[in-house]
Design a protein around this ligand. Sequence first.
Ligand SMILES: *Cc1c(COP(=O)(O)O)cnc(C)c1O
Length: 219
Amino acid sequence: MSITENLNQIKATLPSHVILVAVSKTKPNEDILEAYGTGHRVFGENKIQDMTQKWEQLPKDIEWHMIGHVQRNKVKYMAEYVSMIHGVDSLRLLSEINKQAKKHNRTISCLFQMHIAQEETKFGLDIEELKEIIASDTFKSLENVKIEGLMGMATFTEDKAQIRQEFVLLKSMYDSLKTDLPEMDILSMGMSGDYDIAIEEGSNMVRIGSSIFGARNYH
Ligand SMILES: *Cc1c(COP(=O)(O)O)cnc(C)c1O
């Protein structure tokens, strides 16, 4: 099936309150333009350098989401245009995003990435670490970032029950933080292999790559 067909089919099944981030990492501009041609505008990348190159070359009404791990020294390359940063996992990173956003007179939307998977290699905060950040004076002083919600990735496994359990955990973190962060309304969870489970468990933003653009050829 074509990118257009994949995208239309997925969109037809998504509930209307769920935002689709089309994950175009490693894919060429022509693939993104095909998706763009269907009217889709929200795209996700996991490398700042690739995303910036695509931003420079592609239509300016695309909303670029940074979904990968972010190094502080690279925030400056995307601060001018990035629409949302999903992978905020430290106060130092958030402070840098705030600083760079300020230089461009912008407020950048951010999600805290939570650690819900069993794999140690996956990035993210646990609830205690996040509560510590939220309670800090530094956090309260940041005026050029807006915390829109939480993001998480489930363990890479065939075990659907485990995946569901991890999404339930993230949803419960999200609900319990609502008092501290009342502006939050995004729960970014679910990828090609598990977005149906994620939506059942409360996701309202899914990040889908290979089911739209086909398998990636790296690793
Ligand atoms: C690559 C990636 C996705 C999309 O993965 P697919 O399985 O291709 O849908 C979603 N979220 C993050 C953080 C990713 O790095």
